[in-house]
Ligand binder design. Structure first.
Ligand code: GRF
Length: 207
């Protein structure tokens, strides 16, 4: 942990970065007492890198193609996180499995956001799959990440109903709106020191 009280987040992205934006906005508005210390993308063209720069946050684009193998790439990601003295790793639309170097360096301190009610619909196409399956309800999950994709102790979930007239796009829009509210909310709990893991389950302490 750094010595100042504000936790330092390292945000991992792969694309648009609308969730990153929600986090940056909450920090700027003072509703989230934390700092985004660095934004790292595995896609050099990710718009989220631009969002980071616009907010004056260090943006690092690292392409896996420039590294010998997945482990070398993972070590480079870890190097950036350590260089910026990150306390928590926050995956926000990071579409790549995080390797063991980062997970081992940040035990129980890597978060992931998923656009479905896990364990239902894991993977990269959760919204489409839930929509095609005809479920009446899907939602958003924030969880602590481990080495398996979209697994690990769940911190928070919020249901989103699938409405009779929904298109994939309208459902996506409502899910993203929930994500943009729920992720900063969970990060507030983290910043307040209210989140702990007990018996492989997450406990959120009262204020
Ligand atoms: C979000 O729906 C997130 O849950 C998923 O990827 C999307 C990222 O969106 N894993 P953005 O890059 O934050 O706009």
């Amino acid at each position: 942990m750094n010595n100042s009280l504000k936790p330092r987040f390292g945000v991992l992205i792969s694309g648009n970065g609308s969730n990153l934006q929600a986090i940056l906005d909450a920090c700027a508005a003072g509703t989230l007492d934390a700092e985004v210390a660095v934004v790292i993308s595995n896609k050099l063209e990710a718009y989220g890198l631009e969002r980071a720069r616009k907010s004056g946050v260090r943006a690092a684009g690292l392409s896996p193609a420039h590294y010998e193998d997945a482990a070398a790439f993972d070590r480079a990601v870890l190097g950036e996180l350590l260089r910026h003295k990150v306390d928590w790793v926050v995956m926000a639309g990071y579409m790549r499995l995080l390797g063991s170097h980062v997970l081992d360096a940040f035990p129980q301190r890597v978060l992931n956001l998923h656009p479905a009610l896990l364990p239902a619909f894991p993977g990269a196409h959760a919204i489409e799959e839930a929509f095609s399956a005809g479920v009446k309800e899907t939602g958003v999950t924030v969880h602590i990440a481990n080495e398996e994709f979209d697994q690990g102790p769940i911190i928070a979930q919020e249901a989103v109903p699938v409405l009779p007239n929904d298109s994939l796009e309208s459902l996506e829009e409502r899910i993203h709106a929930v994500e943009h509210r729920l992720y900063p909310e969970v990060l507030r709990w983290i910043a307040a020191g209210r989140v702990r893991v007990h018996d492989r389950k997450v406990v959120v302490d009262d204020h």
